[in-house]
Design a protein around this ligand. Structure first.
Ligand SMILES: [Zn+2]
Length: 104
C-alpha cells in the first residue's frame, strides 16, 4: 500500500496519516463531516418534500381518523387552488381574450 505524507486535519489541525491522496480530514473529523453531509442532504430532502413525506407518514397508518382525512383533503384542495391561481396568472391575457370573445 502506498504511504502518504502526514497532513494536518483541516478541522481539528491534528496530524494524521491519510489513506488517500486527497484526504483532508483525520478519521474522526471525516466521519463527522460525512454524517453532517448526510444530515444536510436528508434535511434538505425533507424540506423539499415535506408535504409528501408527511402525507406518506399519514397514509402509512392503518387507520385514519376523520380529522386527519379532512386535513389531507384540505391540503389537496389548497394545492389545486394554488395551481389554478398560478395558471390564471400565467395565462391572464389568454383568459382575458377568451372572456372578451365570449362576451362580445
Ligand atoms: Zn480532525
Amino acid at each position: 500500500m502506498k504511504k502518504y505524507n502526514y497532513k494536518d486535519c483541516k478541522v481539528c489541525g491534528k496530524l494524521f496519516s491519510p489513506n488517500t491522496g486527497n484526504q483532508k480530514y483525520c478519521k474522526k473529523c471525516g466521519q463527522e463531516i460525512k454524517t453532517e453531509k448526510h444530515n444536510v442532504r436528508a434535511l434538505s430532502y425533507y424540506y423539499r418534500n415535506k408535504e409528501n413525506i408527511l402525507l406518506k407518514m399519514k397514509n402509512s397508518k392503518t387507520t385514519k381518523t376523520k380529522p386527519e382525512q379532512e386535513q389531507e383533503n384540505k391540503i389537496k384542495r389548497s394545492k389545486n387552488k394554488k395551481t389554478r391561481k398560478t395558471y390564471l396568472k400565467e395565462h391572464e391575457k389568454e383568459v382575458d381574450e377568451l372572456f372578451n370573445k365570449l362576451v362580445s
